[in-house]
Write a protein that binds this ligand. Structure first.
Ligand SMILES: Cc1ncc(COP(=O)(O)O)c(C=O)c1O
Length: 366
């Protein structure tokens, strides 16, 4: 039998949120709501959809390997130079690229746990060793907690802020103190996939400001979440141009397709859409929090478009029963949070429906 490399023995593949079409087929349902992958329930900006239609004319050509227009727009947006950007097939693609570029057998890479599971998976695929640092009993962590695990083999440290699947954040003070203490030859990746939902919190770090003085910081952002472009797969990294140049050695040249480049660029200019998405999310997150409270369920305070709620039951059973009722969420059993569900904040109607379904399931299991 042909087997994957030794470092992948016993590794379970990433467990993505199930697609709506699959659940409709499997359970013979007409109406299915997906609250499993933290997509934007408002869809994408009309400007982005228009840009995709226009870009369709040129799909017979390879995309611009340098994403010039998007790069220029982002450089203006963030006040950085164009050489400070690297693009990926979603930030998933960048996580893979970081591992491929900076890690190999014998190296170590530190990360919080539970966190986004693709860090550990991609580290393992290079033959390096993931070093997981557990969150505290309230599912929070400080980057400072990573420091005792640093060895002379440590090459990359992952920080996820806000953290997925918990939704919490660490503060500017904690981040700065950590960056001052971490050795400069270690790359610190700060994954800010949910930045736009969290950045209004007073204590949320201004990571971009760190790029002015530090060469070992790489910030990841994505167009999959607030910008509603998950299906197009485009994410970007911002860092020192020397780090970016190293990543260019392993980046597949055409890893961001033309419609994705065009849609991402158009999305950036639609502030109205972003602001509306933030305000809808805030209202519907508050609705979920108050519904869970009235059901006597505890949850982790969220700075994102998802919320981790403690069902007090076996999360696999609750997850599977919700699927039968047409609600796709993520079960804590695949996220390192047994008993919990991670629920994406949908539209009000979707959230109301999910709460009704969850009440029904929990009553059945009582
Ligand atoms: C923390 C975090 N990072 C990265 C990603 C990957 O996002 P994408 O590849 O769609 O940009 C996700 C997706 O859920 C995430 O939650």
């Amino acid at each position: 039998m042909i087997t994957a490399k030794n470092s992948l023995a016993g590794v379970a593949p990433y467990a993505p949120g199930r697609p709506i079409s699959e659940i409709k087929r499997k359970y013979g349902l007409e109406h299915v709501v997906k609250l499993a992958s933290n997509e934007n329930p408002l869809g994408a900006s009309p400007k982005a959809k228009e840009a995709v239609k226009k870009a369709a004319e040129d799909v017979f050509l390879y995309p611009d390997p340098n994403s010039y227009n998007l790069r220029t727009a982002l450089a203006g947006h963030h006040g950085l130079s164009p050489e400070q950007f690297v693009f990926g097939t979603g930030s998933d693609g960048l996580i893979e690229l970081i591992c491929k570029t900076f890690l190999g057998e014998g190296d170590e890479s530190i990360m919080p746990a539970p966190s986004f599971s693709l860090y550990a998976l991609n580290v393992l695929a290079t033959g390096a060793k993931p070093v997981e640092v557990s969150l505290d009993e309230n599912f929070q962590y400080s980057p400072l907690a990573m420091l005792p695990y640093v060895t002379d083999r440590t090459k990359v440290i992952w920080l996820c802020n806000p953290n997925n699947p918990t939704g919490g954040i660490f503060s500017e003070k904690e981040q700065t103190e950590f960056l001052e203490r971490v050795p400069e030859n270690i790359l610190v990746v700060i994954d800010e996939a949910y930045y736009e939902y969290a950045c209004h919190a007073e204590e949320y770090p201004d990571s971009l400001a760190q790029l002015k003085t530090r060469k070992n910081v790489l910030i990841l952002r994505t167009f999959s979440k607030i910008y509603g472009l998950a299906g197009l797969r485009v994410g970007y990294g911002m860092g020192n141009s020397a780090v970016i140049s190293e990543m260019e050695k392993t980046r597949p040249p055409f890893n961001v397709c033309s419609p994705a480049q065009a849609a991402a660029e158009a999305s950036l200019s639609d502030c109205e859409f972003v602001n509306r998405s933030i305000s809808e999310n805030r209202k519907n997150l508050a609705f979920l929090e108050s519904a869970f409270t009235s059901m006597g369920l505890s949850f982790v305070k969220s700075y994102t478009n998802f919320i981790a709620v403690n069902t007090g039951k076996d999360s696999k059973t609750v997850y599977e029963r919700l699927l039968e009722l047409g609600y796709i969420v993520k079960g804590g059993h695949v996220l390192g949070m047994p008993g919990y569900l991670r629920v994406t904040v949908g539209t009000r109607e979707e959230c109301e429906g999910c709460v009704i379904a969850l009440k029904k399931v929990l009553e059945e299991l009582d």
